[in-house]
Ligand binder design. Structure first.
Ligand code: AGP
Length: 607
């Protein structure tokens, strides 16, 4: 998630831009830059790395002026570098951008054919060229030029644009990525987040989807992309600065749980090919005929995601899959080599055990694909291929949005491979692609059930232990639900294959042991329901996660959380959400430091 700040007024812009970007640092970034107009032209100063580097550069290359834009970049297209840092300038036009231009390949070809020369690998630079061409073609003003350029762009974006030909004007456009306009006295602000400008003003306009905003120091005009006026009522923000960083949520973890519909939608952008009924992997072109076996290696939550990946790949591509804990794989002299595709799954891309496992696999001749949330982090750089989730920076130590976007990445991988080797029919792929597209809305329905989970967290939160049970691809979700609970509430919890209950764990069951049973619609329903009945017969308390419309489950469980139905293979993306919320509210009621749980680090870079 990139950080965006714009300013137009009567004060020097650069200090305001830098101060705003500093407030966004917590979100994570890999480069930063500003473009400030003064005396006829805008000067762009950019720097890979942290804001301090940009400030140092600005001492040597000052950027005076009273209108400007600033950006902190979280790389999605193009590695972190000075050249790829925003703002991007083409001709008279400077642009900063948060989001993904889906049709960037076609635009790049079209612009190159028209003679455009590019200075970066980014999709954002293309938008600057599109606008500059409109200005050169005689657009009457910057707003019109941006409007015409927008007509050629598809994807998720928040753009802010400035032109040397119209100093004093900022033009912004929003489609999916967050944006807010701050109203000052003889000055106005634009930002991707309230936090960036809260020190300057509390009067904000929350821009909406499809808004095109023209901002000067004395006016804010909003239309739709066709030019039809839109009215947005300003709001006065009462949050503290700390609350604002968390988007009004009490903890980053809760904010990130609620961000999951967005991060799943972002991870799908540009990767669903309805023309050929397949999934695209950003140019990762695996020769499926050379893949005899797939081995997922990962740690923690990423390991649980990999266990779901096993179900997805075996079901959709019929390729044999193994899943290994990275910390075990690297020490057991594994039998791996050519013909094996090792998939290293790591949110941070820096986990030491996973890194070492990748080295081990490469040393034995296996091909390695990394699935990570951090572009150009160590593990993707070490791998032969990299495929990124677009969850944005995950601040909470307990992984939530990274996990669900990893499941999406694996579904895309499985569909891509299954279509390539013919094991997945065009018809079934079409159904799955439609189901993927429908997930964000279904996820929103679930995360908005927080109040119900709060009640259950209070009811069960005093328990000394929990058992989580699941079958099939719900078994990894049981493991993940147990991990979430124990790592932030410090209550012991165990995830178990429901079929294994009678082989031991059933001895644990009594009235003091809450048992969470994942029992969505599907081939395992009857067996999971009978496991649930076994628990109740021994006075165990059962909290069932079931599919909306199930009229039976209420008769055999103490409490039920319903989730919308979806394709069987994608159910884990939905059933994990109530478990994340349950863990969060139990930990919050205990007064724990949910975002920084004791003894834990966000990225385990030591062995
Ligand atoms: C998950 O909630 C934990 N924070 C932890 O298990 C984490 O998933 C694990 O350390 C792996 O991290 P990675 O995905 O960055 O490699």
């Amino acid at each position: 998630m990139c950080g965006i700040v714009g300013y137009v007024g009567s004060r020097q812009a650069t200090p305001i831009l830098i101060a705003g970007l500093r407030k966004l640092e917590y979100r994570g970034y890999d480069s930063a830059g500003v473009s400030v107009w003064n005396d006829g032209t805008s000067r762009v100063v950019r720097c890979r790395g942290k804001l301090q580097g940009l400030e140092d550069k600005l001492v040597k290359e000052p950027a005076p002026g009273m209108i400007g834009i600033g950006h902190t970049r979280w790389a999605t297209h193009g590695r972190p570098s000075d050249e790829n840092a925003h703002p991007h300038k083409a001709g008279s036009v400077s642009v900063i951008h948060n989001g993904i231009i889906e049709n960037h390949m076609a635009l790049r070809q079209e612009l190159a054919a028209a003679g455009a020369k590019f200075s970066s690998e980014t999709d954002t630079e293309l938008f600057a060229h599109l606008i500059d061409r409109q200005m050169q073609a005689g657009a009457p003003d910057l707003t019109t030029a941006v409007r015409k350029a927008l007509a050629k762009v598809t994807g998720a974006y928040a753009f802010v644009v400035m032109s040397d030909k119209e100093p004093g004007t900022l033009v912004a456009a929003k489609n999916s990525s967050p944006m807010v306009v701050g109203l000052g006295d003889g000055e106005n602000f634009i930002a991707s987040d309230v936090t960036a400008i809260l020190a300057e003003t509390r009067k904000m306009i929350f821009v909406d989807e499809g808004d095109l905003i023209t901002v000067t120091k004395s006016s804010v005009t909003i239309t739709d992309f066709d030019g039809k006026p839109r009215h947005r009522e300003p709001k006065t923000i009462t949050w503290s600065a700390v609350q604002a960083e968390k988007g009004g949520f009490k903890h980053y973890m809760l904010k990130e749980i609620h961000e999951q519909p967005r991060s799943v939608a972002d991870t799908l952008v540009g990767r669903i090919d309805l023309e050929n009924d397949t999934a695209l992997l950003d140019g990762v072109d695996l020769d499926v005929s050379k893949i005899k076996r797939i081995i997922f290696i990962a740690c923690g939550t990423s390991f649980h995601a990999s266990l779901v990946g096993e179900h997805l790949v075996e079901a959709l591509a019929r390729i044999p899959v193994e899943v290994d804990l990275a910390s075990e794989f690297r020490y057991r002299d594994p039998i791996v080599g050519p013909g094996d595709l090792v998939v290293a799954v790591s949110q941070s891309g820096e986990t030491a055990d996973t890194m070492s496992a990748v080295r081990e696999a490469k040393g034995k001749g296996a091909m390695v694909l990394a699935i990570s949330n951090v572009v150009e982090s160590s593990i993707p750089r070490l791998a032969d291929y990299a495929f990124y989730t677009h969850a944005g920076p995950e601040i909470g130590v307990a992984s939530t949005k990274a996990f669900t976007t990893q499941l999406i990445a694996m579904a895309l991988l499985a569909i891509n491979l299954g279509r390539k080797n013919g094991k997945l029919s065009r018809e079934r792929a079409r159904v799955l692609l439609a189901a993927l597209t429908a997930l964000p809305q279904k996820m929103t329905d679930i995360v908005e059930q927080g109040a119900q989970l709060q009640v259950l967290a209070r009811r069960y939160g005093a328990a000394k232990g929990f058992l989580f049970l699941g079958r099939g691809s719900q078994h990894p979700i049981a493991l993940e639900g147990a991990l979430k609970l124990k790592e932030i509430s410090y209550i012991h919890a165990e995830g178990y294959a429901a079929g294994e209950m009678k082989h031991g764990p059933i001895a644990l069951i009594d009235e003091n042991l809450p048992v969470v049973v994942l029992v969505p619609r599907g081939p395992h329903y009857d067996k999971a329901a009978s496991n649930l009945a076994e628990v109740r017969a021994r006075q165990g308390k059962v909290l069932a996660i079931a599919t909306r419309g199930d009229t039976e489950i209420g008769n055999i469980a103490d409490d039920v959380i319903m989730v919308p139905d979806t394709a069987l293979e994608l159910q884990p993306v939905l059933t994990v959400l109530p478990l994340q919320l349950l863990a969060y509210y139990v930990a919050d009621f205990k007064g724990n430091d949910v975002d920084q749980p004791r003894n834990l680090a966000k990225s385990v870079t030591v062995e």
